[in-house]
Each structure stands twice: as C-alpha cells, then as structure tokens.
Design a protein around this ligand. Sequence first.
Ligand code: ACM
Length: 553
Amino acid sequence: MDDPDLDRDPGLDLIPAPVSVREVPPSGRYVLDEETRVEARPGAEGVARWLRATVGAATGLPLAPGDDDDNRIVLAVDPALGRRLGPEGYRVVVDGHAVRVDGGSSAGVFWGAQTLRQLLGPAAFRRAPIGARTGWELPMVAIEDAPRFVWRGVLLDVARHFLPKDGVLRYLDLLAAHKLNVLHLHLTDDQGWRMEIHRYPELTRTGAWRARTKLGHRASPLWDERPHGGYYTQDDLREIVAYAAERHITVVPEIDLPGHSQAAIAAYPELGNTDVVDTAALTVWDTWGVSPNVLAPTDHTLAFYENVLAEVLDVFPSPFVHIGGDECPKDQWKASPAARARMAAEGLADEDELQSWFIRHFDRWLAERGRRMVGWDEILEGGLAEGATVSSWRGYAGGIAAARAGHDVVMCPEQQVYLDHRQAPGADEPVPIGYVRTLEDVYRFDPVPAELTGTEAARILGAQANLWTEVMEDQRRLDYQAFPRLAAFAETVWSPLPAPAARDHPAFERRMAAHYARLDALGVDYRPPGGPHPWQRRPGVLGRPIEGAPPIV
Ligand code: ACM
C-alpha cells in the first residue's frame, strides 16, 4: 500500500489519515437521499444498524434495508481484502452507481463506515438534522485503509473521579469516531473502587465513596469538602462491554494490585498489613499520589482477589485483563513480620520479588482461564511473569526490555501520551501538573522506539493514551484534556506516518480545521486552538504548579 499522501487527499481532511485515497471518475458527487437503501451482506448487519442509528439520526434519512440497484450503500465482508489488508482493513468506493464499504472482517466494515461518516461532512456527526436538507453528498473516491497497530487504546481512570455510565458510553462513541479499539478501564485505586462485586459488597458500599477530595495538585492546601464516588453495577458494565463490542472496541478491565489498593483495604481491613498498620482505621483515600497502604501477601488476599477476578472475567470477555502492578511502595512489607515470613517461605530475595510473586500468581491464574495478563512496567522489577504483556508508562525503557525478552508491549510513555498533562506552557492551562505536551508533541509520538530490531518491534501491539483523572473531575474537564490531542494520537496508531521528525504537522493542523467542526457537532469540549476560555482557567493556587512539588503522574 502507498504511504498516506495528504496532498492527494482531495480536500477530504480525514482523521486518522487513510493509507490511500484516489478520486474516481466520473467527477462529481454521489447524493444520499430518502430513497437510498442500505444492503448489509452477512457479517455487516451490525454496521448497518450503527449507520442507521448515527448517520440516519444525523441526516434524517431512513437508510432503510434494501438493494435498490441505483441508489444504495453496500456493506460487505470481503475475505480476500482481509487477506491483503488484515481483518481491520477496509475499502470505501463511491462511484456513479453505488457506495461500497468492504472490510476484511465486520470490524473493517465498521472502520470503513466511520470513514463514510467523515466523508458526509461535520453535520453527519449531529444527533438530529438541522435546517431543511434533502441531499447528502459524498465525493467520488476510492479509499483503501488499514491500521498500523492492533492495540489503539485509551485509558479512562474512573477511580480517581467517577464517570457515570452515560459518560463512558459517550467516550466509546468518541473512540470509535477516531478508529480507536481498546478502552482500558482503570476500575480501582486508592481513591475508589468502581465495580460491583457480588461476593464482597463492602468494596462498593464503603470503597466507592470518599469523604472529600483534594483540589488540584496533591501539595495544594485546598479541599472539596463533599463526598465523591459512585460505581458501576455488573449490568452497567455488561452494557458498556456490549456497546463497545458493537463498535469493535475491546474493554480491558483493570483491578490494580498489590499497590493502589487503599479503597479495597478500607472496605476489608484484613487485606492490609495488619501487623504494621491499624487498617481498620483506614478510609478511602482523599488525596493524590501513591498510598503506602498496600495488600498483605497472604493466602487470604490471593483468594479474595481470585474471587474478585472471577466476577471480572464473568463480565469482561476481553482476552486481556490488567492487574496493575504499578507504584507499590515496599515500606509496609519491609516492616511486616508476616510479609518477611512469607518471603522466607517462598525463597524470595527482596520485596521486588515479593511483588513479582503476587503478579506471577495472577498471571498463572488468568492463563489457566484462557486470559492474558497485562501489567504496568514495574512488573519487570522482580522478574517478569511468563505470560505478561507490559504497559510501558515510565517511558519506553520498560517496553524495550519487555519486547527484547519476547513479551508483548503496549506503549503509553507518560512523557508523550499522558493526556492529563497540560497542553501548553504558561499560567492559563487549568491542569497544574506534569509535562507540557502540545498537540504537535502528541502528533510526533511513535509507539516503536528506533533501537528495536524488526522482531522486537513486532512485539509492540500498539499504544495507549492515558486519561488519569486526579484533576479531571467531570466530563468537560476530561474532554478538554483529551481533545484535540486524542485525534493526533489516533493518527499515530492508525496511519503509516513517517518517522516523527519527518511528520507534516502543518498539514495535520490544516486537516484538524475540518475535524474541529466534527468535534463541535459531536459536542466535544476540546481545548480551543487559541487557548482556554477564561472559565476553564483555574484561579490562584489551583491554576499553578505548586512551588517545588513534583509532577503528579
Ligand atoms: C501509572 O501511571 N501509575 C501507571
């Protein structure tokens, strides 16, 4: 396939850029109208439903099922195309006779239908038509396209700030519009437990609520003195999974252990290191950072989390299950006679090996159930579990080491793709943490470090943009941090872009002009290109990094 050549993109401004675009004779436009029929061949019925529900609603056209010879959209799975372009590859052809969307699988047909929606213009992203409009025009084009990576992910941290179900469903639509296909749901942390577990009701009765919340950076002196919380029932999560599946998105659940577990310990104090802390006095954490309260390495803890994960597996069909493994302070284990006895009994040399003992246990446990374990790159430290896939967040190094050791990797280096970090320098940005990462910085992100050999690079499944929510308390703030940078990220994982330094960022910015109009129609509260509106600024201490304080990551 050709490289994407946006000079040949006849003003379509597609994001992410497709692999190839050709204009098709006759020049002119194909008009969709009241009579246009949608013919869904076997395997494409779900895409037809999606098209009717979204483009049908936006245009007011019935897009009724049928195979009218002269005026139809044909949606079809084409195995030969799949062999050439892969299962997510697609071809969209608009000529004088019909619109055809062929995919290597139903996922490919779906990504082709997403491209079709972009071709119809920004108004196709609304939920109802405005004004009197009867014809919806498509340019005569032939597009062939396929993703660069199989893992094109976004992490939503629903633990630090709870995002109600409706907001998660909305994000799935936004991911789909950008051809992103993994939603990593960070369901548990020190500050909240968000998944109903039937066997352990205190996890949500107690663990889903905190009494108050630190405002801004963890060094800030300010608090929001209101309770915060919420959780998803298992039916909510099944609905999220089903909604995602209709959009060819996999939801990867994360239950973070053995660190980031204070909410669980507050609910069930016996999970903590009771010989060194009075865990019965712990509450769900109300500030940011990394809590010292970590799980005790006991048989009881292992059994408890097996029972939790059994319910997780029942709800989430994802082949991958994330068990966290990040930022586990070792102080309590060092002080705990019970933890030291465990280390001696298991022949473990140090606390890093004790952490790996935890992780290896769940790697085996998940593998026995046909699932694959993913963990943050700290899981490398005491020896990598056999089946582990690594989310490389502290930079590229963990991912490089894991790929060289023959493990699969998802690249999500905080220096590049942590979208909670502010997106411009200066005092106007509302988020007082982290690195400055502009839209252009994200556009120049590449998941594959140059030093990897071909075989090692093949271990990079893809990449993930992470939306940690310490300072993103609601959907508007989330939108502001995620967009427009998520559009740039989508292109880095879908399109075969040149090496970062050679990327044509001005051309991307020009296409973004059209994309902002799509985001407007979708109702996304992105950061405006000119900088934040005054209401988005944070006054005083909330709007500034605290002197001398390290970034929250
Ligand atoms: C992380 O940011 N602690 C994975």
